[in-house]
Design a protein around this ligand. Structure first.
Ligand code: NAD
Length: 301
């Protein structure tokens, strides 16, 4: 049982922190949004009024924040985690951020003698709540070994990908694939319905055939076949479209830097950019089916 500071209690962090409480840890909850903190207090965590109150003296610090700049800002500076944390605390960043920021934060943490891992997750809000996330972890073996038992309490798989930043590299490759296959899944369902097929019937077939994808069987973008999917609640996120756009931009920037051609990844980024610009910014990323069906925005060519 450890004292764990949990920073960032949004769609994902709230469920993850609740699972740490369930596992018997003493969780100190901090978020800029006071309502998010109070919601977690209702689940057995202690409220921390500031980052400093959360982090000072904790055995471990977990961050689950929107993007690289947020992670940088809570780690660095006079009031940052690297100044506040106990010297032997293990630091775990579960946010999805760019590889360069992850490496820079990892290097700054190592320079101060901290055990730090980048440990982004795969699985949506349901997996965060159910404790069935997959963690892809970058960092020294010693830091991984210390982080693993904490991550185990929030996930079904914890896999080391390599040194600092490697977790983020695995994550953006995974999410580029997710963006591509969500668009493909939406296209196939739209076409199936236009051809007169019942979506549940097509789901039953494709989920047992070679078209099966996670986007179809865990996150079906039409209402009905997967009751927990955001499609059943008007595409309320879930995994918000701007987050998917962020990941696809990260993937393209990284691919360019690496000199690797990713034409489908490029197209997925364009489609999610249009979706964000033309009415999808408040929706779950699976809501792109509405734009692909011509029900939202100016049409996709
Ligand atoms: P979210 O926007 O719902 O939550 C982020 C939380 O961080 C918010 O509550 C916000 O108030 C808080 N926050 C921001 N800056 C802060 C600061 N300086 N100090 C304290 N709290 C701060 O986002 P989310 O959907 O929970 O996603 C979090 C991360 O997980 C993102 O990097 C995202 O890409 C990744 N992710 C999300 C999903 C998903 O399905 N939502 C799946 C996998 C990975």
């Amino acid at each position: 049982m450890a004292e764990i500071a949990f920073i960032g209690l949004g769609n994902m962090g709230s469920g993850m922190a609740a699972n740490l409480v369930k596992a018997g840890h003493a969780v100190r909850a901090f978020d800029l949004n006071e309502a998010a903190v109070q919601a977690l207090v209702g689940k057995g965590a202690r409220a921390a009024s500031t980052l400093s109150v959360a982090v000072t003296g904790a055995d471990a610090v977990v961050t689950m924040l929107p993007a690289g700049p947020h992670v940088k800002s809570v780690y660095e500076g006079a009031d940052g985690i690297l100044e506040l944390a106990r010297a032997d605390a293990v630091l775990i960043d579960c946010s999805t951020i760019d590889v360069d920021t992850a490496r820079a934060v990892g290097a700054a943490a190592a320079a101060k003698g901290f055990s730090f891992v980048d440990a982004p997750v795969s699985g949506g809000v349901a997996a965060a709540e159910g404790g069935t996330l997959t963690f892809m972890v970058g960092g020294p073996e010693e830091a991984f070994n210390r982080a693993e038992p904490i991550l185990d309490a929030m996930g079904k798989a914890v896999i080391r990908a390599g040194e600092a930043g490697a977790g983020q590299a695995a994550k953006i490759c995974n999410n580029m694939l997710l963006g591509i296959h969500m668009i493909g899944t939406c296209e196939a369902l739209n076409l199936a319905m236009k051809l007169g097929l019942d979506p549940q019937n097509f789901y039953d077939i494709a989920s047992k055939a070679s078209g099966q994808t996670w986007s179809l069987t865990s996150y079906c973008p039409v209402p009905g076949p997967v009751p927990a999917a955001p499609s059943n609640r008007d595409y309320k996120p879930g995994f918000a479209a701007p987050m998917m756009l962020k990941d696809l931009k990260l993937a393209q920037a990284t691919a360019e830097e690496a000199g690797v051609e990713t034409p489908m990844g490029r197209r997925a980024r364009e489609i999610y950019q249009q979706f964000n610009d033309e009415g999808g910014a408040e929706l779950d990323f699976s809501g792109v089916i509405k734009m692909l069906a011509g029900e939202l925005g100016s049409g996709v060519k």
